[in-house]
Design a protein around this ligand. Structure first.
Ligand code: MG
Length: 251
């Protein structure tokens, strides 16, 4: 199932996308799903498939990226947060903040939490995951190097494109992940290169903070991160999930 969040006739709905038709979900997709009619894909706008939830991200979680940076393999996941005000819809513009000298893309596989959980055991993880989506962990790299904390570098409005939907039926541990800048392949890896598996990440995070329906966990980026400029088009593509496209602008 492809779960979408849509704008239709100035109202926001959750839906189930199949063959260019969106079946509109009553309420939200986190419990039992019931429908209330349908609408054609070309009559709606796709929104980031997330409400105002928390966004937890893993840093340095691909072997190829650790190698590229010449860094040791961490013995525990490195995690950080982005504010929900940074969420950006598919096909919208990442705003290049004035004063930032280097703006980078980071293609990532993200998962969406289905139900409230705390201290989740690795064996139980699948009960807590609704599905998977693409995320671009946009980063002001110069500020990340300058500040001790990553908060400023990761948190500008529009720095968290998510979408285009939540895919509920894939095996996340064997997927190809790619990033294209202006159509040119810049990142290409597989989730088999994860340092910490999705189950290990979710369990680890749930021992720090309670997870709620709609929370996002992003699983880190592979090798090949690089710079974006105003006028660029950036796309995150994940096998079996889809392609998330955004643009870079100055306003
Ligand atoms: Mg990242």
């Amino acid at each position: 199932m492809k779960i979408v969040r849509i704008l239709y006739q100035d109202k926001i709905f959750w839906g189930d996308l199949e063959n260019d038709i969106v079946k509109i979900i009553k309420g939200n997709p986190f419990g039992e799903i019931n429908y209330q009619g349908s609408v054609a894909l070309d009559e709606i706008k796709l929104l980031a498939p997330v409400e105002k939830n928390k966004i937890v991200l893993a840093g340095l979680n691909y072997l190829d990226h650790a190698k590229e940076l010449g860094m040791d393999i961490p013995d525990e996941p490195i995690i950080f947060l982005k504010p929900n005000s940074s969420i950006l819809n598919p096909d919208e513009k990442i705003i290049y903040p004035s004063g930032v000298k280097r703006l980078d893309y980071e293609a990532e596989l993200a998962l969406v939490i289905k139900k409230k959980g705390r201290d989740i055991e690795i064996a139980d993880i699948n009960d807590f995951i609704l599905g998977y989506t693409c995320l671009n962990d946009v980063t002001a790299r110069d500020l990340q190097s300058k500040d001790i904390q990553w908060t400023r570098a990761k948190s500008f409005d529009t720095f968290c494109p998510v979408g285009p939907w939540i895919e509920t039926e894939i095996d996340p541990d064997v997927l190809e992940i790619k990033c294209y800048l202006n159509g040119e392949l810049k990142q290409s890896s597989k989730t088999t290169n994860f340092i910490f598996s999705i189950a290990e990440l979710v369990s680890f995070i749930s021992k720090i903070m309670t997870l709620y329906p709609g929370d996002i966990i992003s699983t880190g980026t592979p090798s090949g991160v690089g710079q974006m400029n105003i006028g660029d088009t950036v796309e995150v593509e994940i096998e079996g999930v889809g392609r998330l496209k955004n643009y870079v602008g100055d306003r």
